[in-house]
Design a protein around this ligand. Structure first.
Ligand SMILES: [Fe+2]
Ligand SMILES: [Fe+2]
Length: 379
């Protein structure tokens, strides 16, 4: 065995996802577990991060020969592990939870729980692929990505723990409902969520570089290295997509790509608009932020997708706003309950479907995809 047979004391130093989870669990031994936080993380709605399962055998059968050269470079870079030890508190960490406005604190905690669940969702999926696979290329990649996501989730949990909340990662793995996605849908959805994750984190990081007075919590200082991990994960999915040209070139798959672009962008828009105080505290106009993140993600996704959404189209913004209003109506209906609540909720769902269709039918912008998809993070 190599040198890391001992469980590292902190998830930041973990070499595998399992070590990171064990290190996090050890921190909570005998302390509290927060039912409320875990309960939020357990929710399965259209807007909350889900856990996914897939056809692992089909994924294990991927042959990376067509992208071998780039693949080996990327794996070597991930193995060199530039962010080992990064995701832990340092002297720079000064969190002032008491000084935080209660309403802001509530939104920020909600943001952290949802981010932690999303990070952990990636971890669980990648870890499972690693466990079930026998294709060394695939299992190596997924082990490395699971390691990163477990560190990310662990670090957010560190932040939450200080506020007296904690997402129980072990419990979530066992109890949260898993949604089945065919492998190709996993590629589209995961590629996009990694790249949009990069764009989100780097946009906040750059904004706070210019406005350090708005950095109301230290975790934002860690966002640059963080988003570089997500960028690499996205690169890996771009290469996986490149192994089979049909995945991005056939007529029906292009329709699916457009579907996932629309779904991922509109979900982000709706979710972010539900946290006005959080964005106000950062000094970020949430509408500007949404468009800026879409712009960066679209620019990056040209590496592999033959189309981008027309986010400057006159129908774009109004229908995102309609989606948001519809989602508020659904939530209000749910909260109200009874027959009246159900009618409100169904009405909201119909409006959301209509708005989604209006977004989906905006003509996309077509692009010629480069032969080599590899990119470096440039923002
Ligand atoms: Fe992550
Ligand atoms: Fe990631």
């Amino acid at each position: 065995m190599n040198a890391h047979t001992q469980t590292p004391s902190h998830s930041a130093y973990a070499n595998t996802a399992e070590e990171a989870i064990a290190a996090q669990d050890a921190l909570d031994q005998g302390v509290m577990t927060s039912d409320a936080a875990t309960e939020i993380a357990m929710q399965n709605t259209l807007l909350t991060p889900r856990f996914y399962t897939t056809d692992f055998e089909e994924m294990d059968a991927i042959d990376v020969t067509p992208v071998r050269e780039e693949w080996d470079k990327l794996i070597a870079q991930m193995k060199s592990d530039p962010n080992k030890g990064h995701f832990k508190k340092t002297d720079e960490w000064e969190a002032d939870w008491e000084g935080m406005e209660p309403a802001l604190k509530a939104e920020f905690i909600d943001f952290l729980i949802s981010s932690c669940t999303a990070e952990f969702s990636g971890c669980v999926l990648y870890k499972e692929m690693k466990r079930r696979g026998s294709n060394v290329d695939i299992t190596t990649l997924f082990q490395l990505m699971a390691r990163d996501e477990a560190r990310h989730a662990g670090f957010i949990n560190d932040a939450l723990r200080e506020a007296g909340v904690r997402v129980n990662l072990g419990f979530l793995t066992q109890q949260k409902k898993y949604t089945y996605f065919r492998p190709k849908f996993i590629y589209y959805a995961t590629y996009l969520s990694e790249k949009i994750g990069y764009a989100r984190y780097i946009t906040i990081f750059r904004h706070l570089e210019e406005h350090p007075d708005k950095r109301f919590h230290p975790i934002f200082k860690w966002f640059r290295e963080w988003c570089n991990d997500e960028f690499s994960h996205g690169e890996a999915f771009a290469l996986l997509l490149k192994t089979d040209p049909k995945l991005t070139q056939s007529f029906s798959n292009k329709l699916w790509i457009k579907f996932f672009l629309t779904a991922v962008y509109s979900t982000m828009w709706v979710r972010d608009h539900q946290r006005p105080l959080f964005h106000e505290a950062l000094g970020v106009d949430v509408t500007w932020y949404g468009q800026e993140v879409f712009r960066k993600t679209s620019e990056i996704s040209k590496q592999i997708f033959p189309m981008t959404l027309d986010i400057d189209h006159p129908r774009w913004r109004p229908n995102l706003d309609r989606m948001e209003a519809a989602s508020r109506q659904v939530a209000a209906g749910k909260a109200r309950g009874g027959v009246g609540g159900t009618i409100t909720r169904i009405g909201g769902m119909a409006k959301a479907t209509y708005a989604f269709a209006a977004l989906y039918t905006i003509p996309a912008q077509k692009h010629v995809v480069p032969a080599n998809p590899r990119m470096q993070p440039a923002y």
